[in-house]
Design a binder for this molecule. Sequence first.
Ligand code: ADP
Length: 490
Amino acid sequence: MKSVPHFWFEPTPWVDGQWRRGMGEITVPNPATNLTLATVMRAEEELIQQAIEGADRAFAEWKRRSPVDRGNMLKRTATLMIARRDDLAALLSAEQGKPFAQALGEVDYAASFFQWFGEEARRSYGRVAAHPEAEREFFVEHKPIGVAGLITPWNFPLAQGAKKIAAALAAGCTAVWKPAERTPLIALAMAPLFTEAGIPKGVLQIVPARGAVVGKIFAEHPAMRVLSLTGSTATGSALMADAARSIKRVSLELGGNAPFIVLPDADLEFTAEHVLRLKLFVSGQVCVTANRIFVHESIEHEFLEILSHKLKNSVVGNGLAENVDAGPLIHRQACQDVDALVSQAISAGATLVCRNSTFERDPSLKEGSFYAPTLLSDVQDTMQIASHEIFGPVIPVLRYSSVADAICRANDTPYGLAGYVYGQDMTRCRAVARELEVGIVGVNEWRPLKAEIPFGGIKQSGIGAEGGEEGLHEFLCTQVISMPKPDLVR
Ligand code: ADP
């Protein structure tokens, strides 16, 4: 059993390089036991305003730094994270609930964004463009946009922050980071690492605070130039409405309803293993997780048998314990919400194939926020479970008879974040993948997201992209200077 490390940070807002007293308090429990881990001070309006103003002052100097310097600080942050990966992962597992091994994966994944954008910082290119008048020319330059407001959720509290911070700081912006109220500790734990990496005070401020309060202040403050949120579609819509009043740029990573298409020639053992890993990953509380598993009628029976065997043999328990495949949900309400979807599906005709309640064997988890991973078959498109983001470890299997029909049904949703295609004929897999109206498709791969590529949704799943070279552009604005050409002849 891993233990929670002694805190090397204060559980209070971090503004202008100092731990600051907040006003209210946030109680942070370990969702596996619901025992209190820490009490964190919340930043109220005045401190949030100060954080924005401090970031604005720091911007004047940070934007003039050489991109190589900025990049080196980000790469040092990555190195420091890897050096402390065990401590960071134990804290993350305790606060979020995910198994320690998944938390280690998140630390590495988060560090990869500091590494990637540390390298990308020096690759911001403008251009010289032709002017219609012979004696003039255009200079097109990409410049940091200003202070960025970064709002992150509790499912990947470290990685979602890392994606935004690394891109913003690489671009030359300064930032105010508002972590989710459920998971402020891992955010505050990063503050001493940023300082050690050489990032000057004020360049990154960390303010645990209420979402709606922060959204309004970020949207109204004139120094705030871009708002980047990862959260639900409803929150994205509320933030966009707030931002509309002052015409601020928004970058939104929102909800999904990912289809997972199992083609008739798929390797069923391999596919079932990947479906299970995907659905147990953070207990299904992932915007890109598979929400609807479309399985061809010719293989459905065998596929369900293999999958239920695997599901029954996995272990659900305390994330800090050894060899756990899935942890709890974030809170009790989440369990009730997932259960409502499952109950509605069953009463509308879905079949409960199996459940895994291994966590019940451990009495210390009695008060924890656990939901038994559940396999459902005979799920119909019209059921709520097929149209709502489940955000829990439920595997709904939907039968299909023609691939064209499966594609049509897969696209019949207002979301467009991720999709998965499993099969052995790569030409066919690629053809199916290209038809899916989503931002990213994994072919025989359940975790395609990496720092090297742009990830972003279409339709109601978001605006903009994170990662890749595109990630930098969320934090840059374009300026054109029209100049007379130098003339040596005259
Ligand atoms: P979840 O339901 O998964 O918690 P949310 O979309 O509610 O997802 O939360 C994601 C992040 O957005 C959190 O940091 C939350 O505090 C913040 N948030 C919630 N409501 C608003 C809002 N109206 N404006 C800005 N941020 C918000």
